[in-house]
Design a protein around this ligand. Structure first.
Ligand code: COA
Length: 357
């Protein structure tokens, strides 16, 4: 039994931004960006909202619109979703949640919804918690059946995990150290609990304190004062708040490479598998050099890793879901294959899950 991925989708905004275009607004160049990051272009949302991107990826994952991947024939009914989890840092509204907005847009009338704030680990945290909840629900139902009563908790058999990001709105477009790295987009999977099949074989999530503020972004609303502070004569905007994403590049690089190895090894060990059992690694895409580092450490050719950062940049929690989608659509992953998804990000968060397709 297990949580099986039965659909996958992605959505990218229309506008492509090249490295040369960035070179026109900050002191950088294609020659600097490509060897250090592997990024050639990224997609930036001009008109598309987070909800637009998330809903499009979700509808593709459900097979309601063209362009997604379905494990089995036939579209999935949005009303069959029990839960929508949306990992995001850039929801269009504080509330309703981004998940609730996507629910409304796609007609998932029976789904309970919430957002998840775990930065670039959103893909792994989303899939892992969906799996935990479905396993808990299956246990609850089995107990209920044995006792001849109804379930005591929500019945969750089908979950949409949809990560949607417009990081272009968190980025300081005058900061060349960060603005070159990020892009906008969404990735989605539909997971279903199956009694007779395996899906998520293992998962591992971890957090560590970001005491040195290596990856940080204040909430813009924290700039607002209340009228109650001593000496405050009215509601004023605080001017000491930085609303942009900040990153200590080298420290994050160090954390990321270590986390990639640690989490991959832990998730594989939990699944009772080794690196050789993995058909394709679909990691978070923060920097191609981080993926190359992992490949070298594991003594694997780069072909065993799905690399999409060249054309999308870092799309936070959506990155690895987009990578998984592209691998499925390209036929690099087929029924019975094993994928390993590892991610790391602000929090500091990190994790990995092993997926049987
Ligand atoms: N163009 C040109 N020069 C740049 C630049 C840019 N876009 N960004 C930084 N530089 C400069 C710096 O100012 C610095 O100049 P100095 O030596 O005169 O001070 C120099 O390049 C080296 O900067 P550094 O930060 O040491 O570069 P780096 O080799 O570490 O590469 C990153 C920077 C961001 C690409 C790299 O650190 C990285 O990928 N870190 C991890 C990022 C990540 O994973 N983030 C997301 C986690 S989810």
């Amino acid at each position: 039994m297990g949580s099986v991925i039965i659909g996958s989708g992605k959505s990218l905004p229309k506008r492509t931004v090249t490295n040369d275009e960035l070179g026109a607004i900050v002191d950088t160049s294609d020659e600097w960006i490509v060897p250090r990051t592997g990024i050639h272009t990224r997609q930036i949302a001009l008109e598309e909202t987070c909800t637009d991107l998330g809903a499009e990826a979700a509808l593709r994952a459900l097979g309601q619109t063209e362009g997604g991947w379905q494990r089995e024939e036939g579209a999935l009914d949005p009303a069959s979703l029990d839960l929508i989890i949306c990992p995001t840092l850039t929801a269009d509204t504080h509330f309703p949640s981004e998940a609730a907005r996507i629910r409304e847009r796609i007609g998932a009338v029976n789904a309970v919804c919430y957002d998840m704030s775990c930065a670039c680990s959103g893909c792994v945290y989303g899939i892992s918690t969906a799996d935990l909840i479905m396993a808990g629900s299956a246990f609850d139902r089995a107990q209920a059946e044995a006792a001849g009563r109804g379930p005591r908790r929500n019945v969750v058999r089908r979950v949409l995990v949809v990560a949607a990001e417009r990081l272009s709105r968190l980025v300081d477009w005058e900061d060349r150290a960060t603005c070159i790295l990020f892009g906008d987009g969404a990735g989605a999977v539909v997971l279903e609990w199956r009694e007779d099949e395996e899906g998520v074989l293992s998962s591992y999530m971890e957090n560590s304190d970001d005491t040195a503020r290596t990856l940080w972004c204040d909430s813009a609303f924290c700039a607002r004062e209340t009228p109650f502070a001593a000496g405050n004569e009215g509601v004023e905007e605080r001017d000491n708040l930085d609303p942009y994403m900040r990153m200590a590049g080298q420290a994050v690089f160090k954390f990321a490479t270590a986390a990639m190895m640690r989490c991959t090894e832990e998730a594989l060990a939990r699944a009772g598998l080794t690196i050789d059992d993995v058909t394709l690694f679909t990691p978070h895409q923060a920097n191609e050099r981080i993926i190359r580092y992992a490949a070298k450490k594991m003594d694997l050719p780069m072909e065993r890793f799905q690399v999409i950062i060249d054309h999308v940049g870092n799309v936070s929690g959506a990155s690895a879901l987009i990578a998984l989608n592209e691998a499925l659509c390209e036929g690099k992953l087929k029924r019975g294959d094993i994928a390993c998804m590892t991610a790391f990000g602000g929090g500091l968060t990190a994790g990995s899950c092993v997926l049987k397709i």
